[in-house]
Design a protein around this ligand. Structure first.
Ligand code: BGC
Length: 747
């Protein structure tokens, strides 16, 4: 059953007559009490431990080590004579990657490895919808099974520390609370399909620059409060079956051989029972990596027997540097995972489905809630198609596809609806679409990589507009009733293995937008991207500004539905959009990207924590996003005034839809502690809920805040501590729009 592990905390529906503003429309309003759902995963099975021991006792040394390292690009060896199969992996997170050749990165060239293209991480997190995170995980889990894989290398959940990060689009957010609340249902949903997640990249892999060797230094409290919570809950709550060790070093040790992170924190503290798989080519030793907690070494092709956990490990065993008993611990974990996902020992393993309409619908649902309305003056949006005869569609991004592109995993898909196709699908025939490309996607010739095949040089763009194309765009806009410019970025520009150089929009787009706005002030600017850009000039000049993402198979349809008002936008930014790069914490503290070493000087003040504490005004704040309707949040109260450590604070409030259209609002709860004994950010997100409210009605919502969420990590005690005293609970619909505040006391 799809919702097997969702424990419905409460959805109490009581029908109470409350007066609503739009009382002519509806006399009676449903006063629903909505609480969020809780998700919990199932542990690794120990039911087959005796069988596993028996199998291990019959294996040769070569058979054992074969299971500990890649013997193809995405699998480890099995032991056929004993009935132990290969462990098969596929890359995520945009969906199940196409098949790669066994011994090179070349595509295998099959015609049965198409898959659904899911929205990138930024899109999912902008929904702020934990049920959609579950849907995403479940759906892609089904596809993973249909492709007969055991492990999907997903989700990618590193904290967004800098807006320039090449993988910002893949990751969820700058905030640890939002991060963990999306990660848990995602993991639970995926693993319900008899497959394992591989949560990556554990941990502190927050930049691509020098990722193969950079030594990250973070103080312990910041590590615990910002960079680890989502990984921790993936293990403790969702019971993730595998984790991917990151490339970089942390406090001097590579993360795939970092005893503190893998043995002490992950296994001993959090009780992780799954396996640690290395990132591709992230291992540097044999005995040390195994002893530090790594289980499987994966990598890019060299002869697979040369991997550290292949022949070199056999040599180490032979000369007594490590015992076979120690090796067996890792084999046992790997086989426990195989039994858990039913690769071994069961004949009722789920078979999965792939490329179905239901899955395309899942991507549509996520995409349509992810789009963020940043600006809408004069109600330019939504477009009323009955009142226009023509629309100018401008920009390379109107036709650009992003399922594949750049360095790193994409998806070979049969469906990717572009923004232009979305409009063609959705606009009535009475409206003519006039298309002009406007700007071209052009790159300077690539410099030679200085870091082998793993880290590449920055992507340099050519930013001059072609005068003829510019004129074409201007003319198209001039003679159309309205104009939509699809601008932003793409997955060749925002890419794994390199960070961006600055916040500038590439390819001369700002100039194009300015010129088009001069001839057609009714121009809607739609940005497609995964990370913040400098939108200052565009925000000032354009009346309507929309943010969309690398948004999956149905991205274009979802976008058209938002532009035409069939879907009321409900996405909110999962990161801060700064006015200038140096306003962002890692840059303001001059601590990015470092060289051989990088110290995160901003400490706890990542993302909006920095902007709010230091009083720096962002261009658009974390948690921000408009709707076609308006909401008012009222009657905020807590169930008590005073709480003890084990309590849960219940915060009830009403969300009223005061506008003309049904819509979803995201109520956000931030907590502040004045007079704290320790350093604190001005405010921290500690709760949120997305709620649908019909026009003219109110809905009652209850947020649950366990008092233990108020804890800080006390480094000297190595423990989470809730400081007694008063806390302000601040409710709003962005980190900068707090509309009510309640003070409570903790004993
Ligand atoms: C990436 C991982 C990915 C792996 C396999 C690495 O370069 O960092 O996220 O899963 O390659 O493709």
């Amino acid at each position: 059953m799809r919702l097997k592990h969702i424990i419905l905390a409460t959805i109490a529906v009581s029908i109470i007559n409350i007066s609503c503003k739009n009382s002519t429309k509806r006399e009676i309003s449903m006063d629903e009490k909505v609480l969020s759902k809780t998700y919990q995963g199932e542990s690794i099975t120990h039911d087959f431990d005796a069988e596993i021991d028996a199998l291990i006792s019959q294996m040769t040394l070569e058979e054992k080590t074969g299971m500990l390292h890649g013997t193809s690009m995405f699998s480890t060896a099995g032991v056929e004579r004993l009935g132990v199969p290969e462990l098969k992996m596929a890359d995520g997170p945009l969906g199940v990657r196409e098949e790669i050749s066994r011994d090179s990165w070349a595509p295998a060239g099959l015609d049965n490895d198409f898959a659904t293209y899911y929205p990138a991480g930024g899109g999912l997190s902008a929904t702020w919808n934990t049920e959609l995170a579950y849907t995403f995980g479940f759906s892609v889990g089904e596809e993973t099974r249909a492709r007969d894989k055991d492990v999907l290398l997903s989700p990618a959940i590193n904290i967004i520390r800098t807006p320039l990060g090449g993988r910002t689009y893949e990751y969820f957010t700058e905030d640890p609370f939002l991060n963990k609340k999306l990660t848990v249902p995602f993991v639970v949903g995926m693993q319900e399909n008899d497959v394992a997640v591989c949560v990556k990249h554990y941990a502190t892999n927050n930049q691509e620059t020098n990722r193969d060797f950079v030594n990250v230094q973070i103080d312990e409290r910041t590590l615990r409060e910002i960079y680890l919570p989502a990984f921790k809950d993936a293990v403790v709550e969702a019971k993730a079956y595998s984790m991917m060790g990151a490339y970089n070093k942390f406090r001097g040790e590579y993360l795939c051989e970092n005893g503190y992170m893998l043995n002490d924190v992950l296994r001993d503290e959090w009780g992780f029972e799954g396996i640690v798989i290395s990132d591709w080519n992230a291992v540097h030793t044999s005995v040390n990596s195994l002893r530090s907690g790594l289980d499987i070494e994966m990598g890019t092709p060299k002869p697979f027997n040369e991997f550290y956990l292949a022949d070199p490990l056999i040599d180490s065993i032979k000369v007594g540097k490590i015992s076979e008993d120690e090796i067996d611990i890792h084999l046992k974990r790997i086989m426990q995972l195989m039994y858990t996902v039913k690769r071994m020992g069961a004949n009722d393993r789920k078979k999965g489905i792939i490329n179905t309409e239901a899955h395309f619908k899942d991507t549509y649902d996520i995409a349509s809630e992810s789009i963020v309305l940043l600006k809408n003056s004069n109600e330019l949006l939504p477009i009323d198609a009955s009142r226009i005869k023509s629309v100018a569609v401008i920009g390379n991004n109107a036709k650009k596809k992003n399922a594949l592109g750049g360095f790193g995993a994409g998806v070979k898909t049969k469906r990717e609806v572009t923004p232009l196709e979305g409009l063609q699908n959705r606009l009535p025939e009475s409206v003519t679409i006039n298309y002009a490309e406007g700007y071209q996607e052009r790159y300077a010739p690539k410099k030679e990589s200085v870091f082998g095949d793993v880290t590449q040089e920055r992507v340099d763009t050519i930013d001059e507009l072609d005068p003829k194309m510019l004129q074409d765009a201007i003319d198209t806009a001039k003679y159309s009733d309205i104009t939509i410019i699809f601008a932003g970025s793409n997955r060749d520009f925002e890419t794994e293995a390199s960070d961006r150089a600055d916040l500038e929009l590439p390819f001369g787009q700002v100039e194009l937008i300015k010129e088009v706005l001069k001839v057609n002030p009714n121009t809607i600017v739609v940005m497609i991207g995964g990370a913040p850009f400098d939108l200052g000039a565009i925000k000032e000049k354009s009346k309507a500004l929309v943010w969309s993402w690398f948004n999956g198979s149905e991205g274009g349809n979802a976008l058209a539905d938002v532009l035409l008002g069939d879907v009321n936008p409900s996405g909110k930014l999962p990161w801060t959009m700064p006015k200038a790069l140096n306003d962002s914490p890692a840059h303001a503290t001059n601590s990015f990207p470092g060289d051989k070493s990088v110290t995160y000087e901003e400490g706890l003040l990542v993302g909006y924590r920095w902007f709010d504490t230091k009083n720096v005004e962002p261009l658009y704040p974390f948690g921000y996003g408009l709707s076609y309707t308006s909401f008012s949040i009222k009657n905020t109260k807590t169930d008590k005034n005073e709480y003890s450590n084990d309590d849960t604070i219940l915060i009830s409030l009403e969300v009223e839809n005061t506008g003309e259209m049904d819509g979803k609002e995201i109520v956000q709860l931030y907590v502040s502690k004045s007079n704290s004994e320790v350093e604190r950010a001005e405010k921290e997100l500690k709760g949120f809920i997305k709620v649908m409210v019909t026009s003219g009605e109110s809905k009652k919502v209850t947020l649950e805040l366990p008092v233990k969420e108020l804890a800080y990590y006390d480094v000297s005690q190595k423990a989470w501590t809730v400081e007694p005293g008063s806390y302000s609970l601040r409710i709003g619909n962005s980190s900068r729009n707090i509309t009510s505040e309640v003070t409570i006391n903790v004993k």
